[in-house]
Design a protein around this ligand. Sequence first.
Ligand code: NAP
Length: 477
Amino acid sequence: MDPRIVIIGAGFGGVAAAAALLEAGFDDVVLLERAPSIGGVWRDNTYPGCACDVPAPLYSYSFAPNPQWTRRFPAHDEILAYLRRTAETLGVASRVRLNADVTAATWTGDRWLVSTRDGTVFEADVLIPAVGQLGNPVLPPIPGTFAGPAVHTARWRDDLPIDGARIGVIGTGASAIQLVPEIAGRAAHITVFQRSAPWTLPRPDRRYGAGRHFAYSRVPALMRLPRAGVWAMTVVTGRAVTGGRLAGAFLRTVSRAQRRLQVRDAQLRAQVTPEEPMGCKRVLFTNNWLPALTRPDVTLVTDKVLETTPSGVRTVDGTVHPCDLLVYATGFAATDFLAGISVTGRDGRPLAREWATGAYAHLGLAVPGFPNLFLVYGPNTNSGNTSVLYFIEHQAAYIVQAVRRLAAGAGPLEVRRSVAAAFDGEVQRRLARSVWTGCQSWYRNAAGRVVTNWPGMAAEYRRRVARLRPSDYRSDG
Ligand code: NAP
């Protein structure tokens, strides 16, 4: 039997899963993509300065190394072009149905019925949601009457008035720290509203020149060297946030030195000095964020945002900061896994009920009561310190093992509740002791449970998913 496989999403996760399945010889693969083009977050995020803060040699598929990266930290359009090119080359692109917004998926007892907004229903033996964690932007509940244009960073438009405008930017996360330096100088003034100061580290960027392109094209194996180098770097950042004292102390010292060198003004330096433990939110690699804040045409406001007025943003001290354009760099509903898709499993059980206290999945992949469903980049498989593509690739390899079993005649694979509960218990015990409980962030749901992050190092995750253990699953339908 050649299982019918439906993948939801054609970003890095969906493309990796499809590529692995095609490579393994499974041909009945369809990707349902809600947008009009392939690309996930790299299609959605086009704000000035948008780039990857994980070096490209590691933020690329191991099975599709790219000899042509123009720099170590390439911009969003170069990453998007790489993903689309790879999807074409590996035969994935032709299997993508665009504008196919999945609204529901129901297990009928022996297969999945997957419905899209236009009423089309797809039948699948295997369902692979690969919708990412950062696809749904969040606007904070700031009341107000702002009359000018307002935009979320992930909904950037090229016609926004930047030049000569007074721009308010709410948020100081990974998106804001890339955007602000890029538009500073073009705008008449930028007011940055900071709720908490992020930890930063220098971004060791460099251009990749023609010699390197030539060498990598001729001897592709050479590309393993920078990949290994970046991997070694992420081992240090990974150790720092998973409890390694030496690595943590080292990176805090580097961050402090960066602030001292880049921010001479003691008052501003105090404002940009983080109060939360390093790593409880994503540590940000940047060379130009702090210098941008020192500019005379950029103001950092640390008073709490109260509301918007027709002409700007009012903070708790009563000041109205005038703005012509308001930018929400306020992140994503990351803990709301599979938001907008009504998934119903065995015996009519909604996934929303299974995840009532927070999303969880065995190895981030499988949920009890939801046979033949395997998540890519699911709960507790995010890493704040290395490339998520590493996790995604190993998940794809695991899913291939599951599909092989089904193709060989196994009944529907449903992870045993006891196995999933034991895994979740272990993960949550470890997370409870982790740095991520040190502050509120997109890693934690409203109840405080860390639902996005893997508690250990990436290599441990690889070991844990390397071999599908048949005994973890019931296979009796
Ligand atoms: P984010 O990290 O969630 O940051 C949101 C920012 O908005 C935070 O500074 C937050 O403040 C602030 N905020 C939220 N509500 C607010 C309010 N009511 N008033 C004032 N400030 C408010 O979002 P993001 O910057 O878009 O980044 C999300 C993730 O996307 C990143 O962690 C990263 O994984 C990914 N990303 C990656 C890259 C890359 O280079 N690879 C680039 C961009 C994004 P608090 O900190 O106080 O909560």
